[in-house]
Write a protein that binds this ligand. Sequence first.
Ligand SMILES: [Zn+2]
Ligand SMILES: [Zn+2]
Length: 390
Amino acid sequence: MVSINQWYGKHREACKCGAEHYPLVTEKFEIGDEAFSMLRSFLSKKIYKNVLLVHDKNTWEAAGAKIFAILSEEGFNVKGSLIPQNSQGDVIADEEAIVHALLDADQETEVFIAVGAGTIHDITRFVSFKMGLPFISVPTAPSVDGFNSKGAPIVVKNKKITFQTHAPIGLFADTKVLCNAPQEMLAAGFGDMLGKYTSLADWRFGHLTGGEPYCEAAATMTEEALKNCIKYADLIAEKKEEGIIELMNALIKSGLAMSLFGNSHPASGGEHHLSHFWEMRFLEEGRKQLLHGVKVGVSCALIADHYKEQKENLLEASSETGSMKIEEIIAWIPHGSILRESLKKIGGSATLEDIGIEESLFSDSLASAHLIRDRKTMLRHINESKMRTV
Ligand SMILES: [Zn+2]
Ligand SMILES: [Zn+2]
């Protein structure tokens, strides 16, 4: 079987786009029953002794306590850093959480371990980077494609800012822990993957009509991850180990495509911009947050329909390359109803109503979410062409 590192290397070598693609920083990816004992060996090999384990209340129960015990027994000096929930019961990667982790780290700390989902990883990634120390990823749920990325989205004064930091030096995911994750977290991971339909389409459109940089290898990597995830949808829905491993692999591979390309284009288009818009509004209004992938799944289905409805407008985007290619790009995206069916199959939320987003917030986001990133997407084209005709 090809390891994840070999898979990355193969695509990196095959790439002809001309941009510089760096070798992987993450030395080892381990998804399996022996992940935690492999983690222990990895630390020994690295001659790390003093470990700071960053977790929250739930991830301590899911995996943190077990890792703490395994490492302590082996003579490692392990300290825990519990990131508290806010008044809405959410763990947020904000100023407060960062100070918590910083206060728990000390001069002895040699390596951080992030035990949790996306938010715990963002906090750990940011703090370890600022301290000039490496970190190891221990995902407790296959919920997002950001475990092995460099970007750390941090909430500063209620605004989300993504800082470029570093990738983990190793990733160790225990299959039992992943299979025990709550259904909504699996559905979130699936939703984040489903979003690649529109992110890839947006990227190809942006390249064709707006000069966005493009790398065929990174696009192929993302598409392969997406297709695998769809292929295993039934097994993911049934929470079968085989399916959960494939979902985790798909999320890692999507993260690797971003690493190869050096930017989030392959995995983040209009659907992510909508999701970020909703998240910022929720922060402003002090509302309980929704899982990232849950929002992305719902927004992907909505934006798929929006792009198809606006097809005539989109076809006018490029006179040089002709409309054929744009037509193909739009046709490649499944209809919103098909995407919603897939989400429901995994037991996830599929509509605005399911996740409690008002129609007014949705229409605000459809009109303005393209402004979140300076990136040519179909959403940007639609909105800018409307401005021109007003
Ligand atoms: Zn995402
Ligand atoms: Zn390339």
